[in-house]
Design a binder for this molecule. Structure first.
Ligand code: ADP
Length: 154
C-alpha cells in the first residue's frame, strides 16, 4: 500500500533556483510524482496551513515569507511516503539539519528552510486536500515498481 504526501517548494527554493535539485532528490529516492503545480498562496490558506503556529510571534512573518513569489506544491507517492520525505527534508532548523538532507545541504535558516513536508500520513491527507483538487492528483503505474520494492512491502 503506497501513501501520498505533500511537499511545498517554498519561495526560498524558487528564488535560489533549487526546483530541479529538490525534485531530482525525491525522484532518485524512488518516490512517484503524483501531482505538481505552481500556485501563489494567499494569507487565508496560509493561516489555515500554519494554524498550529498562530500564537507564535513569527506567525505573520512566516506566512508573509510564503507569499513573496509563487510556490510549487507537489504530491509524492510511496511506501511510508510522509516519513521518507521528512527524512530527506531534515529538521526545521536548517543550521542543525544533517548534511545530506535538503535543509542540511541548502539552507542556513530556521524560517527560509526551502520546503514544507507533511509531518505524518494523517496530516498529509488533510494537507493534500488543502492544496489540490482530487482531479489534479494522478494514479498511474510505475513500471519499475518491482525494482523499488519487494513483493511483501507493497
Ligand atoms: P516544519 O516545517 O519543519 O514541519 P513547523 O511546522 O514547526 O516546522 O513550522 C512551520 C514553518 O514555520 C517552518 O518550516 C519554518 O519555516 C517556520 N518556523 C518554525 N519555527 C520558527 C521559528 N522559531 N522562527 C522562524 N520561523 C519558524
Amino acid at each position: 500500500m503506497l501513501d501520498r504526501t505533500l511537499v511545498i517548494l517554498k519561495p526560498s527554493a524558487i528564488q535560489r533556483g533549487l526546483i530541479g535539485e529538490i525534485i531530482r532528490r525525491f525522484e532518485r529516492k524512488g518516490l512517484l510524482l503524483a501531482g505538481l503545480k505552481m500556485v501563489w498562496l494567499n494569507d487565508e490558506i496560509l493561516s489555515e496551513h500554519y494554524a498550529h503556529l498562530k500564537e507564535k510571534p513569527f506567525f505573520q512573518r512566516v506566512k508573509d515569507s510564503m507569499r513573496v513569489c509563487p510556490v510549487i506544491v507537489c504530491c509524492w507517492k510511496g511506501k511510508d511516503a510522509a516519513q521518507v520525505v521528512r527524512t530527506l527534508t531534515g529538521i526545521t532548523n536548517s543550521r542543525e539539519a544533517l548534511p545530506g538532507t535538503i535543509r542540511g545541504d541548502f539552507s542556513m535558516s530556521m524560517q527560509e528552510n526551502i520546503l514544507h513536508a507533511s509531518d505524518s500520513p494523517e496530516t498529509a491527507v488533510v494537507e493534500l486536500q488543502r492544496f489540490f483538487n482530487e482531479d489534479e492528483l494522478f494514479d498511474y503505474n510505475m513500471s519499475l515498481i518491482s525494482n523499488l520494492y519487494a513483493n511483501n512491502e507493497i
